[in-house]
Design a binder for this molecule. Sequence first.
Ligand code: SF4
Length: 644
Amino acid sequence: MIMNNLPQAVKEYFPYANVRPHQDKFIETVYAAVREKRSVLIEGSNGLGKTVSALSACLPAAVENDLKILYVARTHRQHERVIEELKAICKKQQISGVSLRGRNQMCLNTFAAKNATDARSLMEVCELLKAKDSCPYHRAPEEQNYEYLQLQHYITTHPCKASEIQRICRKKGICPYELVKTALPDVNVIALSYLYVFDPVIRTAFFKNLDSQLEQIILIVDEAHNLPETAIEIASSSMSLFVLRQAELEAEKYENKDAADFVRFFRKEIERLTEKIGQEEIISPESILEIIQKYGGTSSPRELVEQMHDTGCSIRRCLLAEGKNPRSYIHGMSEFLLRWLETIGDNSYINVASRYTTREKTKTAKLEIVALDPAKVTEPVFSATYANVVMSGTLQPLQAYAKLTKLPEDTFHCVLPSPFPKEHVLAVVCLGVTTAMDKRTPEMYHLIIKRIIEVVHNTPANTGIFAASFDVLNTLLATGLEKALNKPLFYEQKGMSSKANEKLVAEFKACGKGDGAVFLGVQGGRTSEGVDFPGNEMNSVIIVGVPYAEPTPRVKAQIAYYERCFPKLGREYGYVLPAMKKAVQAAGRPIRTLEDRGALVFLDYRFATKYCRGFLPSWINDGLKVLPCKEEVLAREIRTFFKL
Ligand code: SF4
């Protein structure tokens, strides 16, 4: 379709001669919403061209009103894709843009990058190093020479990928993170991770560099189905017994008797408390308050924890002065306890104590502050920006999403039809199989394996299998899945490093060029949510079971919290929706472009129920076939689809 139907202002930016099916509707909806300073919640499948559409639709309002576009997405690949589209747009209009990576990705200082455990701690280490003028890559304003200013000018006038900036800066010995930071106030579009916008601590620091307020921002949230979970992670925190033991050693090393006495006392009390619990228990927040009170006597718990915090801060300064990693366990412990005290009385948090086994097979315990309300993180952002474009391939039901994240009341809602030709997708549910807890018998697993074989043996190359949990995955293996297959099997293991996982996926993908292989992973895992398998990299995908979470105390608390906020919808929002989102994400792995063909096989009769089907996107649900529990029926369907 040619682009005649697009609004004139958008045509100035949209870089392609043709629009894809439904892409014009996507653009018009976003353009109309943003022009009216309203937000839009929009579902559109992969292959629709959402990135370039959202950018082209937002740029007219951004340029006219001197606004900045922040495009948040999860992976670096997605950030770089934004810059690639901006480079295409630049052939029509000069627009600047940068993909921003975290300090931990950009930092050239090996000491800092190696020693900080996460974005927040690296931010602190970096700030301390700069304050002491100890980072050779940092250029204070008076040290910024012509070459530096030239690079800065280039970034403010062109779309630049983080990887390109990194390469140039490495050669010139300049910190790429700091260089980009100084250019940010003059850049039109910034592609970055969710944390820069939704983590309040990181946001405060980031917006200082931006020289803008949220009101001057058009926010595009890509893969927005991830946001509620990410928001909950941002607002939650944990502290293990390991941290307490290290804090005690640290206090002894620094001969700080007060700190050592407190941490020892506190550790012993926490050990006593967690000894009695099962795997996971909700504990009263006051129980920790009482422990601190018991030790502190007349001092208030807050005063005591603040003293520990001061001690932690001075240890960090000492370590830095000695040229060492400025990590203080006392600091970490006190930050956690301050947060614990702050959240007492707030019913959108629960406090959890749990026992677990470490990778080294040691049994230990931890305390957690678990956030239950994603809106506590998202609402302050959504309500303050100029407009929000919240988009993904899986957002339905939109009403639920809008309520959970508290998008503004006047947000536009839009679901676009699938652009995939119907004949490219076979979606089937098999009756007679399930992973429901009370039906997990050896006979059931044998039956599931039979169905898997019917798919694998009739698929031209690669098949992906995504199990409801590691428990189901391991039982499939123990029941003889590998032996029953006529193709090599690659399987995920719990706790696998991301590097090992990437290698596993690459080897599996390569088999798509030959006779094919089978990949076995879990729904909600790294592979089922973050890796694309176009073409022969995955012809068929099998979803084994509905990935309902174990009904742990925190899951029950989440359901109860949502029930209080949204009467009669607690179970749906806290239990069913997250499971169905995982299943749909996994099912979408083989269908990434308009040319892809894929067989989607749901091995659990529950997917055929009216209730569950209500959570499937229309591109799966509309043509979903329900197959009887009979031998060879599934095999015939798969054979016919692939025309073997
Ligand atoms: S200034 Fe740059 S190179 Fe130096 S520590 Fe900070 S991020 Fe790393």
